[in-house]
Write a protein that binds this ligand. Structure first.
Ligand code: ZN
Length: 387
């Protein structure tokens, strides 16, 4: 039926019905727009009803949804959870060049900083409500990398020194430490290798759990192994228990970390490009939903306090799976460097507004089931969520 014949039909039908028009034209919906056209066409009849009223009275009332989200506040109430500052963790790249502050070209507005630059940078953010950071060490000194990633738990290395400094200067700030070897190994892989270049899982887990302990003992509130070696959650949890600090150190597992092409800017920032091969043998294949579910279940059973999914936007189904499988755990998602850079590139090209897409992408992550988001947009959100 064409619109004009529908209008005629409704007008004729209405002409036989009692007048119900309340004269309320406050709703700016398409239906009312149509209704006013109908009223206009019905002029000359003895009375007129609106199409909307006819439908709502005689039709199925479950079709009437606009009332629930016509006001901006009511629109926000439609979300199961809303973005707050306390959900956000800001990634920091800390180099061993103490006075360095260098823009990372592929990661808009993000810098690699030495320890002497940290406090002045963080002070205004903490004042605006920054509550948590995650630290990534970036060793740049010549010869500092070796096959065992020895620099990862160097007491004079950038991560351990930064944990101590931030605990002292910002007592309220919640400090997470990423735990991996790839920034520190000469080969750029996330563990210790066998002669044939494959990961030696046993040695890697032992080494990675030692690094986690060093960060925890330095004062990290949370250690977050991102290496994806089998069994590292259990190993770290057992060492935390043995050390007598498991009650105060959260263990956040990158349980569902997918390989792919969204980490390029991060590797620029952290200098962690593998010198040969790639990380596909230990990071999950993009299509591996079942594998991710198994990894999530495994890490929950091994003692993870939080499950993280990474990247976020391309893996919303995995976030949703993590929420289903770990329904009593907080779920974190990492909007990775490539996602962040894409949003900036899209905004720069005029495809969308940066702020609108930043919110939309994070709302998608929350809708999928996450309640913690690791995001490079944190400084902007501290402003945007203040108004
Ligand atoms: Zn790694």
């Amino acid at each position: 039926m064409s619109f004009s014949s529908l209008v005629q039909d409704l007008s004729l039908r209405d002409s036989n019905a009692p007048r119900r028009n309340r004269g309320d034209a406050s709703n700016a919906s398409t239906i009312n727009d149509n209704a006013s056209r109908i009223s206009h066409l019905s002029r000359g009849m003895s009375y007129a009803s609106t199409a909307a009223t006819s439908v709502s009275i005689s039709g199925d009332l479950s079709s009437q949804l606009h009332s629930g989200y016509s006001h901006p506040l009511a629109r926000s109430w439609q979300a199961e959870r809303q973005l707050t500052k306390s959900m956000l963790i800001y990634p920091l790249f800390i180099s061993d060049q103490d006075d360095e502050e260098v823009l990372i070209p592929s990661l808009p507005n993000q810098y690699r900083r030495g320890i002497n630059r940290l406090v002045p940078f963080l002070e205004p953010l903490v004042r605006k409500g920054l509550q948590s950071v995650i630290l990534f060490g970036v060793p740049l000194a010549p010869g500092v990398k070796d096959a065992l990633g020895t620099a990862a738990d160097d007491p004079e290395g950038p991560v351990i020194k930064s944990i101590r400094l931030l605990r002292e200067r910002f007592p309220q700030l919640y400090i997470c430490a990423d735990v991996c070897l790839c920034e520190y190994t000469s080969h750029g892989h996330c563990g210790i290798l066998r002669e044939d270049g494959t990961l030696n899982n046993h040695l890697s887990v032992d080494r990675i759990s030692d690094v986690a302990m060093a960060y925890a003992n330095a004062g990290a509130h949370c250690v977050a192994p991102s290496d994806m070696n089998d069994g590292r959650i259990r190993a770290i949890k057992l060492k935390l228990i043995e050390e007598g600090i498991s009650h105060q150190v959260m263990l956040m597992s990158y349980a569902a970390k997918f390989s792919g092409c969204l980490y390029g800017p991060f590797r620029d920032a952290a200098g962690s490009q593998p010198s040969f091969g790639d990380r596909r043998c230990y990071q999950l294949p993009p299509g591996g939903r079942g594998l991710a579910r198994r990894a999530i279940i495994r890490d929950i059973n091994e003692g993870a306090d939080v499950i993280m999914v990474k990247p976020a936007g391309q893996y919303l189904d995995i976030i949703s799976d993590a929420k289903e499988l770990g329904k009593d755990l907080p779920i974190a998602a990492y909007q990775v460097s490539g996602e962040f850079a894409m949003i900036h590139a899209g905004a720069k090209a005029g495809v969308f507004d940066l702020k609108a897409m930043a919110f939309e992408s994070h709302e998608g992550i929350l809708r999928a089931g996450a309640t913690i988001v690791v995001s490079y947009f944190v400084p902007e959100f501290l402003d945007w969520l203040s108004v």
